[in-house]
Design a binder for this molecule. Structure first.
Ligand code: TMP
Length: 392
């Protein structure tokens, strides 16, 4: 049932930024599969959550204006449309969403203790545990049922999807709403952004595959929104099947139509994506090599997990991208996983020392271009690999 379609080579843990470059960092084969029955795309190798989401997890959602604004907008919508008395966020990170709610109305789950601390310190009830049935039972006995459960970029990071949804159903009130948000498979394919895959992203949902999965739990999607975040995400609005309060929206029907038309239910579509990814790799390497021959220097902008996939799949080393820069405190002065490329602290003037900037955080392109107008004015050029490798 699971058919192989793309090999992204050996990849280190995408968020393990090391203080010292180690030539021998643990790497794991990253192969992608398509399930011909439920149409779910997944990676083969499953790394235990404890190895990836520990007390040093560096990614912070509130580090970018785009994400802060997206969560603020969503919180307004939730309050207006669903008015939850009690809401749960699974994977609350540093609180970018829950800080928009009253403390008595929201509970966060965040297994990375360094992140959970941010919301705990601000007085929000936060459980620093992994999402599983045991935790769900504990929450029910302490707080009762929840009328809204939200999770962004988290459920696809958990290997046992069956336990994920059983645990959610256990806590969701009769008319409760589940909202989940994750990168969109169709957008990933359209943009040839093979870098959406790394060891944390075990699954990449489409509306088609999620519908098939939810069926087993008597849950169903009733609405969907296309978002610009994370390079194109989908926000799914889900309810119990017997909740007749909400009907399937036109937007959702359109999404299904679009996905079927693009072929998200066919293995061949993924085989085509694999060959496009390989061509994208060759083109990007050629661009970087040409710049190297001109003796110009490239800076990577945004030390993202996505960039880790690119560097290791394309075997890009410091001769092609000299440094990265990032605003996240826990990434600064460390090395890009698997590569001897140092991450420097972001300062406005840092770009002055480079001729080219490679967009590691291409999903924040607009935010970055707005911030770095001076670089372009003085003749600096950006490099991106989406939707195809090019300079601009
Ligand atoms: P993400 O693509 O996984 O959300 O990660 C974005 C990374 O890029 C995160 O480490 C923060 C970093 N970043 C900057 O350093 N400067 C910026 O202006 C933006 C938007 C992001």
């Amino acid at each position: 049932m699971n058919k192989y379609f793309l090999d992204l080579g050996y990849q280190p843990l995408a968020n393990k930024f090391l203080k010292k470059y180690k030539k021998k960092q643990n790497k794991y084969k990253l192969k992608l599969y398509f399930n011909t029955k439920n149409k779910l795309v997944s990676i083969s190798k499953r790394i235990p959550s404890e190895k990836m989401f520990d007390n040093k997890y560096p990614y912070r959602s509130s580090m970018s204006l785009t994400m802060r604004e997206s969560f603020k907008k969503l919180s307004k919508e939730i309050k207006k449309k669903f008015r939850p008395k009690l809401m749960l966020e699974i994977g609350s990170n540093d609180g970018a969403l829950i800080k928009n709610f009253k403390k008595e109305n929201v509970i966060g789950i965040e297994p990375c203790k360094n992140l959970a601390r941010h919301t705990k310190n601000k007085g929000f009830v936060t459980y620093d545990n992994y999402w599983n049935f045991k935790l769900s039972k504990k929450l029910k006995s302490k707080h009762g049922e929840f009328d809204l459960i939200y999770s962004a970029n988290t459920l696809t990071h958990i290997s046992n999807l069956k336990e994920v949804f059983i645990s959610i159903k256990h806590l969701l009130s009769k008319n409760g709403i589940l909202i989940i948000e994750d990168p969109s498979l169709i957008e990933c394919l359209k943009k040839t952004s093979y870098d959406q895959f790394y060891n944390e992203h075990i699954y990449l949902f489409s509306a088609i595959s999620l519908k098939n999965i939810l069926k087993e739990f008597n849950l169903e999607i009733f609405d969907i929104k296309n978002l610009k975040t994370h390079g194109g995400s989908l926000r799914y609005y889900i309810k119990r099947k017997n909740n007749k309060k909400f009907n399937q929206t036109l937007r959702l029907k359109d999404q299904f139509k679009r996905e079927f038309k693009y072929g998200l239910d066919k293995l061949q579509t993924f085989k085509n994506f694999a060959s496009k990814s390989y061509k994208s790799k060759i083109k990007l390497i050629n661009i970087l090599r040409k710049i190297k021959r001109m003796k110009k220097k490239v800076l990577g902008y945004g030390a993202t997990a996505k960039a880790v996939t690119i560097l290791n799949y394309c075997n890009i080393n410091e001769d092609l991208i000299y440094n990265f820069t990032d605003t996240t405190p826990d990434k600064i002065n460390k090395f890009m996983p698997g590569k001897n490329i140092k991450i420097l602290k972001y300062k406005k003037k840092i770009l002055n020392k480079y001729d080219y900037v490679f967009l590691g955080a291409w999903n924040f392109k607009n935010e970055i271009l707005k911030k770095e107008k001076r670089f372009k004015k003085r003749g600096g050029k950006f490099i991106t690999h989406v939707p195809y490798p090019r300079l601009f």
